[in-house]
Write a protein that binds this ligand. Structure first.
Ligand SMILES: [Zn+2]
Length: 168
């Protein structure tokens, strides 16, 4: 199994300003046509979809947010957890987990299972998208240093799906 990391930046419309209707002059049809270039099945294969807002220049250099050294520590910790989890298997990262092994590695408690079912229903996730959410939730839990996937990890993972107002 191959884990390929790639980042795909994409504008929301040909001019790049949608949904800011003060600046975007694209018609709804143009926006739809533009976004339809990325099909649902392709989107389903993306682990993380994050919508970025324009950055206020003034906010640069502020002291908010987590320091990168601390983030690095958390990432290293999460990688180590995965190393232990997958020792002796062909897997290296949570993203590698095959659908058949999802239940084993992304085990959910009763409450979490109900939460996941609710998310899949309300977000109308395909089976593949549900698996992605579970794998991302496993990583969110690893980053939080948690042994078990909790509801907040599932919610955060579901948040990294494509914005519905754009694609559905
Ligand atoms: Zn536009």
């Amino acid at each position: 199994m191959n884990c390929i990391n790639f980042v795909v930046p994409m504008n929301p419309c040909p001019c790049g300003y949608y949904p800011d209707r003060n600046r975007c002059r694209c018609t709804q049809t143009q926006v739809k046509k533009y976004l339809s270039r990325v099909s649902g099945p392709i989107l389903d294969r993306m682990d993380l979809c994050v919508e970025l807002q324009p950055v206020d220049v003034v906010s640069f250099g502020g002291k908010r947010g987590e320091k990168s050294a601390a983030i690095r520590e958390r990432v290293l910790g999460a990688r180590e957890r995965q190393m232990w989890r997958f020792a002796g298997t062909a897997y290296r990262f949570n993203a590698d987990i095959d659908p058949a092994d999802i239940e084993r590695y992304c085990e959910l408690g009763k409450r979490e299972r109900a939460c996941m079912e609710g998310l899949c229903r309300s977000l109308q996730l395909s089976a593949r998208a549900c698996h992605r959410v579970l794998k991302v939730a496993r990583t969110v839990a690893d980053l939080a240093g948690k042994e078990r996937i909790e509801e907040e990890h599932l919610m955060e993972a579901a948040f990294y799906r494509p914005a519905q107002e754009y694609w559905i």
